[in-house]
Design a protein around this ligand. Structure first.
Ligand SMILES: [Zn+2]
Length: 281
């Protein structure tokens, strides 16, 4: 009997620690960036964080890929803003002039930030950093993100292209050795055709925002147009010897890009440069 109680106690303790908010490293069992995480475990981590933050976060499955992997969105806000997410969304559509009630919007409402990760499936650090992003938004010790959330609602798509990501990750994890090989001629750097950049039908989803011929884009744009974020961040990697993309983009701009958008690109670029300088990059 004593052993039975002891076993129960150990189980309860185990469940308790499992239920607490864990960093990506604690949850996955390896240091973030030291190996690639399959899509199902990226989703599991998002479920874990959101389950620990019911007053500030919710997770929504907005669709399925061709290979039936879930497409997910995480909504993150301050506790105060989280209770009125729907009115914040409707207000934002009013500001854009697209609300059905045609009312004027409140310009002092929180801005909407939409973070899109891993549209190119083999630019794999993307969804890894999505896990760090949601953790730091939840992490009670991070006062900076709590300050940000007073002014913004953050919507995170941890992986736009799960089929492409898993094609790459499963291949890479099957060929990499115990110690990664930095030589570009090594097998782990020779990704075979068709590679993980594209989706199941070998479409580059980063070329499909306007045309929306692929199911991932069609399902995502339904949600995107319900929110119309002020800021959309689209995460990519560059090859080792390629330059880093800095805003503002090269001219000429398309005529639909407004003056405010052109100026705001410079603001974004200078802010990125500040962080590069701080890190000595
Ligand atoms: Zn890319």
């Amino acid at each position: 009997m004593r052993n039975f109680f002891l076993a129960c106690l150990i189980m309860l303790t185990g469940f308790n620690s499992f239920g607490q908010l864990q960093s990506p490293e604690q949850f996955l069992g390896y240091k973030l960036g030291s190996r690639y995480t399959p899509h199902f475990n990226v989703v599991n981590y998002f479920k874990h964080v959101v389950a620990n933050m019911p007053a500030q976060m919710k997770l929504e499955q907005y669709g399925l890929t061709n290979e039936r992997r879930p497409l997910m969105l995480a909504y993150v806000a301050s506790p105060e803003n989280f209770t009125k997410l729907e009115s914040i969304r409707v207000n934002n559509l009013r500001l854009a002039g697209l609300a059905e009630d045609k009312q004027a919007g409140d310009e002092n409402a929180p801005a909407i930030i939409w973070l899109s990760y891993n549209v190119h499936g083999n630019e794999t650090s993307s969804s890894e950093s999505a896990m760090m992003m949601i953790y730091e938004l939840a992490n009670p010790a991070n006062t900076k993100t709590k300050e940000w959330l007073k002014n913004v609602v953050v919507i995170i798509d941890p992986c736009i292209n799960p089929d492409g990501r898993d094609r790459y990750v499963n291949w890479f994890n099957s060929v990499v050795g115990k110690v990664p090989n930095p030589r570009l001629q090594s097998r782990e750097h020779m990704e075979p055709w068709p590679g993980g950049r594209s989706n199941h039908y070998n479409f580059d989803l980063n070329r499909d925002w306007a045309w929306q011929v692929q199911v991932e884009s069609q399902q995502r744009l339904v949600k995107y147009n319900q929110w119309l974020p002020q800021i959309h961040v689209d995460y990519h990697e560059q090859s080792v010897n390629s330059p880093y993309y800095f805003a503002p983009g090269a001219e000429p701009y398309h005529e639909v890009i407004t003056n405010w958008q052109r100026e705001f690109q410079a603001t974004i670029g200078k802010n990125n440069a500040k962080y590069f300088d701080q890190n000595g990059w």
